[in-house]
Design a protein around this ligand. Structure first.
Ligand code: ZN
Length: 365
C-alpha cells in the first residue's frame, strides 16, 4: 500500500498541476492558437478585451495596433475586421479614418482601391458619404478622386455621371488638357475636344464609297464601306434615300474648313458646330455626314430618313455622334447627319443604353 501511494501520489500531483496549468493558461493558449504573439496576448489581457478577440479570427491589424502606441480600445471591433496593409503609418491612418467616421468596410475599400495621395486627401477632409459607391465602380480611377468630388459638388451630379464625365475630362474646359491619340487606327478611337489625332495621321485603308450611295468622291475606312452601302441599299427598299456627302477629311482640309467658320462666326460659335483640326471624327475615316435627295443636310433631322436612321443605323454599326440630348458632353450642337462607325455589336449596345462612344470608353477599365 505504501509503495502504491509512493507511485500514485506523484502521478496525481502531476495531473493536478497540469490541470491547473491548462486552466490558468487557457486564455493564453487560445490566443496563441489564434496566432497572436506573446506581446499582443499580454496587451489583450491588459486591455481586458479577451472576450471580444476570442470570438473572431486572428487579425494582424489588431495585433499591430496593440503593439503600437496608437491602440484605441474603442476601435477593437473595427481593427479585427480591417485587412492589414503593410505600410508605415497604417494604424495611425486607420485610427484617423475611424475618427472621421468611416466604417471598416469603407476603410478596407479605401486601402484596396486608393493610392497614397488619394488616401491622404481622404484623411484631410470630412467624411464623404458616398465614397463606397465611388469605390464600387470598376471604372473609378484613384488618381481622379479629388476631381470627382469637386465635379459632383459643382454639378450636383450622381456618382455614375460624375465618374463617367470626369474620366472624359469634362471637368476641364473644352480644348484644354489635350492629349494626342495613341492608337489612331483603333476602331473605337476617341477623337473629341480633349483627344487629338496627329496632324499627319491618315488611315491606311481608305476606300471610295460606291457612287450610288455618295455625292462625289467620298473615302471611308474599308471596315465601314460595306456596312454603309448595305444601309444605303436597304433604306432604298423603303422608298427612302441616304447618301454620304462628307466622310474622310484630312487635317489640312479640316483646318481650312474650321478657319473658314471662325472667320465667319468667330471661335466661340465655330467651336459649337465645327471641330478644330486634329479633333474631327472625320479624320478617323469612320465618320459619315449623310443627306437625303430632297433637302440640304442641315435639314436632315426633319426627314423620314432621319427617323429611319434613328431606328436602324445601329443595326449596320453606325451611331449618331452628336445627339440633341448630349450637347453638354459632346460640346457640339445636335448633328442629325453625322454618323460614326463602331461595329454592329457596340452600336447596338450604345443605342440601347443611350450612350455616346466617349461615355462608353470612359467606363472601360
Ligand atoms: Zn460630320
Amino acid at each position: 500500500m505504501k509503495k502504491f501511494i509512493c507511485v500514485l501520489l506523484p502521478i496525481i500531483l502531476v495531473i493536478l498541476v497540469t490541470i491547473y496549468f491548462v486552466f490558468s493558461n487557457s486564455k493564453e493558449i487560445t490566443l496563441k492558437k489564434l496566432n497572436y504573439n506573446s506581446e499582443a496576448i499580454s496587451k489583450i489581457n491588459d486591455f481586458d478585451i479577451y472576450d471580444i478577440v476570442v470570438k473572431e479570427k486572428y487579425s494582424k491589424t489588431l495585433e499591430m495596433s496593440l503593439l503600437s502606441d496608437e491602440f484605441n480600445s474603442k476601435y477593437v471591433n473595427d481593427y479585427i475586421k480591417i485587412n492589414y496593409v503593410d505600410s508605415i503609418n497604417f494604424i495611425e491612418y486607420v485610427n484617423k479614418l475611424l475618427d472621421i467616421g468611416y466604417s471598416y468596410i469603407e476603410i478596407n475599400m479605401i486601402h484596396d482601391k486608393l493610392e497614397n495621395d488619394s488616401i491622404k486627401y481622404i484623411l484631410e477632409n470630412n467624411y464623404i458619404d458616398n465614397l463606397e459607391q465611388y469605390l464600387s465602380l470598376v471604372y473609378f480611377k484613384s488618381e481622379n478622386l479629388v476631381r470627382y468630388i469637386d465635379y459632383s459638388k459643382k454639378n450636383n451630379s450622381d456618382v455614375v455621371d460624375t465618374v463617367t464625365y470626369v474620366n472624359m475630362d469634362l471637368d476641364y474646359d473644352f480644348y484644354t488638357n489635350i492629349k494626342e491619340v495613341e492608337k489612331p487606327d483603333d476602331l473605337l478611337v476617341t477623337v473629341n475636344k480633349y483627344n487629338q489625332l496627329p496632324s499627319d495621321y491618315e488611315p491606311s485603308n481608305l476606300v471610295l464609297i460606291d457612287s450610288s450611295c455618295s455625292t462625289g468622291n467620298n473615302y471611308i475606312r474599308s471596315e465601314a464601306k460595306i456596312p454603309f452601302e448595305t444601309l444605303c441599299n436597304d433604306i432604298k427598299k423603303e422608298g427612302l434615300f441616304v447618301k454620304a456627302m462628307s466622310t474622310y477629311r484630312s487635317y489640312k482640309t479640316q483646318n481650312s474648313i474650321y478657319n473658314g467658320y471662325v472667320n465667319r462666326n468667330g471661335v466661340e460659335e465655330a467651336d459649337t458646330y465645327s471641330a478644330r483640326p486634329g479633333h474631327s471624327e472625320h479624320q478617323t475615316g469612320l465618320a459619315i455626314d449623310v443627306m437625303n435627295n430632297t433637302t440640304s443636310y442641315t435639314n436632315f433631322g426633319s426627314t423620314k430618313e432621319y427617323k429611319w436612321m434613328q431606328e436602324n443605323a445601329h443595326k449596320y454599326g453606325f451611331i449618331l455622334s452628336y445627339p440633341s440630348d448630349k450637347v453638354s458632353i459632346t460640346g457640339y450642337v445636335s448633328e442629325p447627319w453625322h454618323y460614326r462607325y463602331v461595329g454592329v455589336e457596340l452600336a447596338t449596345y450604345l443605342h440601347e443604353n443611350n450612350l455616346t462612344l466617349d461615355e462608353y470608353m470612359a467606363r472601360q477599365v
